[in-house]
Ligand binder design. Structure first.
Ligand SMILES: [Zn+2]
Length: 259
């Protein structure tokens, strides 16, 4: 699937693309995100999106592109295959992610800072692979920026998800909950599984929206109240985590988790 952003995707214009990205930082980044969204929109328009046609509806709230696969990919693929409506809400574009592919290193936040738009394309490809047809960004693409790891200066940026206004973010999620009317909602535990600020915030926003969505006195303009039946926190068994770390260590991969 080719949903890679146009800019910089042609190897022949690598140098030029790098300059263009640099020149368009700031306001230009919003334009770039809009370009990518426009490229993906025709794909989404072909999808049958009448939520209540599906008797089973599942809503997942994740912090960054790629999180959907890391902890819930199997669940999403299984329910999508069973024709449940699987809706993925991603809260940020993952702009602060570490770029491990050398050819893509220029996308990183300390260089071109174009990782976010690039990951919109990756996320679309991920959803395609999982069979997930309904994906949204909380508040729209680029509304909240990746906060980076806990303790990093990026936690203090006014536009980052860690600094998000909780009522505003929860309201955006309530609108989706009342539209989709999911029976089951999935997000992280209170510690965001491993302490990443955006994962913690995703938990807070989801828990708040889970309560508010059912409250008839809350924002009636967002639609009929809806109480999802269940809220699950994803979890990885300690034993499985240890096995994974061991397997990586055996392959000589430095995990940063020590012993
Ligand atoms: Zn994440």
């Amino acid at each position: 699937m080719t949903t890679t952003p146009e800019r910089g995707s042609d190897p022949d214009e690598g140098g030029e693309a790098g300059e263009a990205a640099e020149a368009t930082l700031g306001d230009g980044l919003e334009e770039l995100i809009a370009d990518v969204e426009e490229a993906i929109e025709p794909l989404e328009a072909t999808v049958d999106m009448t939520p209540l046609d599906h008797p089973h509806r599942l809503l997942l709230v994740h912090a960054h592109p790629d999180d959907e696969v890391l902890s819930t990919g199997g669940t999403m693929a299984m329910y999508a295959e069973k024709h449940a409506l699987v809706t993925l809400v991603t809260c940020t574009l993952g702009e602060e992610g570490e770029v491990v592919v050398p050819e893509l290193r220029h996308l990183a936040s300390d260089r071109d800072d174009t990782l976010g738009p690039y990951r919109i394309g990756e996320l679309a490809a991920s959803c395609e692979a999982l069979g997930v047809k309904d994906h949204r960004f909380l508040g729209g693409a680029g509304r909240w920026r990746d906060s980076g790891m806990m303790g990093e200066p990026t936690n203090d940026r006014v536009d980052c998800f860690w600094q998000a206004d909780l009522p505003e973010a929860a309201r955006d999620l309530v609108a989706i909950m009342r539209e989709i009317r999911p029976q089951v909602v999935i997000t992280y535990d209170e510690n965001g599984a491993y302490g990443h600020p955006d994962h913690i915030q995703a938990n807070r926003v989801t828990v708040a929206a889970f309560e508010l969505s059912a409250d008839p006195s809350y924002a009636p303009e967002l639609g009929e109240p809806w109480q999802p039946a269940k809220l699950y926190y994803s979890a990885i068994p300690r034993s499985q985590f240890r096995e994974g770390m061991k397997a990586l260590a055996e392959r000589g991969v430095e995990t940063g988790f020590g012993g």
